[in-house]
Design a protein around this ligand. Structure first.
Ligand SMILES: NC(=O)c1ccc[n+]([C@@H]2O[C@H](COP(=O)([O-])OP(=O)(O)OC[C@H]3O[C@@H](n4cnc5c(N)ncnc54)[C@H](O)[C@@H]3O)[C@@H](O)[C@H]2O)c1
Length: 313
């Protein structure tokens, strides 16, 4: 797909972060976009920004409330896209929605673990199932599935557990790599790419909390925040009370957004350029590029606590 003008694109998780920037850039390049998210207010802000960028005349944006982890809702979303855009086909499906959490298989709350896996893996799978018929009807189509650095290296940082997310992101990577051959065999007008971002400055921390436990500070949320604090070397996290945990979470989210090596805008450009270049493997950021090299060079050491995962070259 060499350009997006006039194409029909679907983006999951278009309410903030990389999804929002993907919607904006696709619209600016003349694509009609249907996005879904859990939050109407976030999608309304994405539409407002796309309009402020100068939406090309006649370009449609539609917003749909749909939970990617619910197959029925994804099938309804696909039907709404056909209805609202008056088309039987789509050209581009970007499965971007995801959340973090479920760090430790030993300690994490079971419901949280399952929800993270459900969104990050089944969200991609259900979406591909729901939209495959429309992709097959296109004259050219492309599926982009967002995995992560944790799709090939299964720790948040050296020594920091990340089991549910990593399991899901490995699944996304394996599935998408398998689609490359499957499409070549049985649907040669379709392509597939797996996206592996390193640190990208987005509100994923806030959104993950909003999706998993809303405003309530549940036991699972306390555990998650403690894990995040340990990651940044905070000592005695067990002693912190709820107010201190809430404050620490806000600080963590701010640090993550500002420390990340790539902005969401830049990440979206890298992803869309990767689609145009027909790359099946899209690494987003210098940090993940280095990590990829390191893990391949010395896989046996990859989970040693002193593995220099993100150190500069
Ligand atoms: N930010 C990073 O550093 C980073 C790194 C690697 C991979 N990723 C992946 O990139 C993707 C985008 O993340 P982001 O950083 O832009 O996060 P983000 O939180 O800014 O955006 C994710 C969007 O998905 C939505 N969403 C969450 N659960 C959903 C559900 N069940 N159904 C529909 N929408 C849902 C959220 O409301 C949000 O609008 C995710 O898959 C994430 O795992 C992010």
């Amino acid at each position: 797909m060499k350009d997006f003008n006039g194409k029909i694109a679907v983006v999951t998780g278009g309410g903030t972060g990389m999804g929002r920037e993907l919607v904006r850039q696709l619209v600016a390049q003349g694509a009609h976009v249907a996005m879904c998210d859990l939050f109407a207010d976030a999608m309304a802000e994405t539409v407002r920004l796309a309009d402020a960028d100068g939406r090309p005349q006649g370009v449609r944006i539609t917003s749909h409330i749909a939970d990617v982890g619910d197959e029925e809702q994804m099938n309804r979303f696909a039907a709404e896209v056909a209805r609202d855009h008056g088309v039987e086909h789509i050209n581009l499906l970007i499965n971007n929605a995801g959340i973090g959490g479920g760090g430790s298989f030993v300690l994490a709350d079971r419901a949280e673990w399952d929800r993270v896996f459900n969104i990050c893996w089944f969200g991609v799978y259900y979406s591909c199932r729901a939209f495959l018929p429309a992709l097959l009807k296109s004259d050219e189509g492309h599926i982009v599935n967002t995995s992560s650095a944790n799709g090939f290296w299964a720790a948040l940082m050296p020594g920091v557990s990340h089991t549910a997310y990593s399991a899901a992101k490995f699944a996304v990577k394996g599935f998408t790599e398998a689609l490359v051959t499957d499409f070549r065999n049985y649907a040669p007008h379709l392509k597939a790419s797996v996206v592996m971002p390193g640190g990208v400055g987005t509100p994923i921390g806030i959104n993950s909390r909003r999706v998993l436990s809303g405003d309530e500070l549940t036991d699972a949320a306390r555990e998650r925040i403690r894990g995040q604090l340990k990651m940044f070397g905070t000592k005695d996290v067990e002693a912190l009370d709820d107010a201190a945990l809430e404050a620490a979470e806000k600080e963590f989210v701010k640090r993550f957004e500002t420390m990340a090596s790539t902005t969401a805008t830049r990440a979206a450009t890298i992803i869309l350029d990767g689609v145009k270049d027909e790359r099946w493997r899209i690494l987003v950021g210098d940090d993940v590029t280095r990590l990829d090299r390191r893990v391949r060079a010395d896989p046996e050491r990859a989970y040693e606590p002193n593995f220099e995962a993100y150190a500069p070259d």
